[in-house]
Design a protein around this ligand. Structure first.
Ligand SMILES: Nc1ncnc2c1ncn2[C@@H]1O[C@H](COP(=O)(O)OP(=O)(O)OP(=O)(O)O)[C@@H](O)[C@H]1O
Ligand SMILES: [Mg+2]
Length: 241
């Protein structure tokens, strides 16, 4: 479980997050929504230790991350898989190297074993292992998203963070990606998925929990059904887009 307790974050005069408290419960899907600039990406950066809160605490699996040593961080980050916005693949590396990068760097397994894992993972995300020798530029946007997901899941993380997984995709591919997120979440009972999205179709399809940020604070938190039924004007606006 990931817990944010009264978290505040600002840069100079710009207050981004104020008094954010949130329990991200094991095994569930959380959609993080809110206007551009509302602090969604910052929230995930705080969780990953890439930024520090000004005050408040963040706990991962019962431990306050403030006290993590670099060694502990390395272990903790192994529990995470992150799918960056626009897939963020390395254009000079082929698909095998892109997906296997973490395992190749760790050097804990033989290249042969890593290749097997890359193959398995490609199949899991609905791609053919034949594309391993291709480069990101040779793939379609939808395929690149899948490669980004493959890279995030190859080490079987407990926490999966997706930043705008369907942005820039056509409706059919967006729908397929939502389906994939759902399948991956269900496959492993303990997986917790945090999905940052502007796409209300994604929220609807994933049908989990919704956390909406607005004016530096948590504006809504609850189940998707309640979110979709809400009569609140701001939420209706989000849904009618
Ligand atoms: N390192 C930083 N230094 C200064 N300001 C920052 C920094 N990182 C983020 N911000 C500011 O914090 C605010 C929230 O940014 P964040 O990236 O979390 O927005 P977001 O909700 O993810 O938006 P989007 O939907 O556009 O991705 C923005 O105003 C941004 O300019
Ligand atoms: Mg963002």
């Amino acid at each position: 479980m990931i817990q944010l307790k009264n978290v505040y974050k600002k840069w100079g005069d710009l207050s981004v997050l104020e008094n954010i408290s949130l329990d991200i419960v094991q095994g569930e899907i959380f959609c993080l929504v809110g206007m551009s600039g509302s602090g969604k990406s910052v929230t995930t950066k705080l969780i990953l230790g890439l930024e520090e809160p000004d005050s408040g605490e963040i706990w991962i699996d019962g431990e306050n991350i403030h006290y993590f040593s670099p060694k502990t961080w390395r272990e903790v980050l192994r529990k995470f898989g992150v799918v960056f916005q626009n897939a963020a693949l390395f254009s000079s590396l082929n698909i095998y190297e892109n997906i296997g990068i973490r395992l190749l760097e760790e050097k804990k397994e033989t290249p042969r074993k890593i290749k097997e894992k890359v193959e398995e993972t490609l199949i899991k995300v609905g791609l053919s292992p034949d594309i391993m020798t291709k480069f990101p530029d040779e793939l379609s946007g939808g395929m690149r998203k899948r490669v980004g997901i493959a890279r995030a899941i190859i080490h079987k993380p407990r926490y999966l963070i997706y930043d705008e997984p369907t942005t820039g995709l056509d409706p059919i591919n967006a729908n397929l990606i939502d389906g994939l997120i759902q399948t991956l979440d269900r496959e492993e009972k303990h997986t917790t998925s945090i999905v940052i999205t502007h796409d209300f179709h994604t929220v609807e399809k994933l049908n989990g929990n919704v956390v909406m940020l607005h004016n530096h604070r948590i504006y809504f938190t609850g189940k998707t059904v309640a979110f979709l039924r809400s009569e609140d004007e701001l939420i209706r606006n989000f849904l009618s887009r």
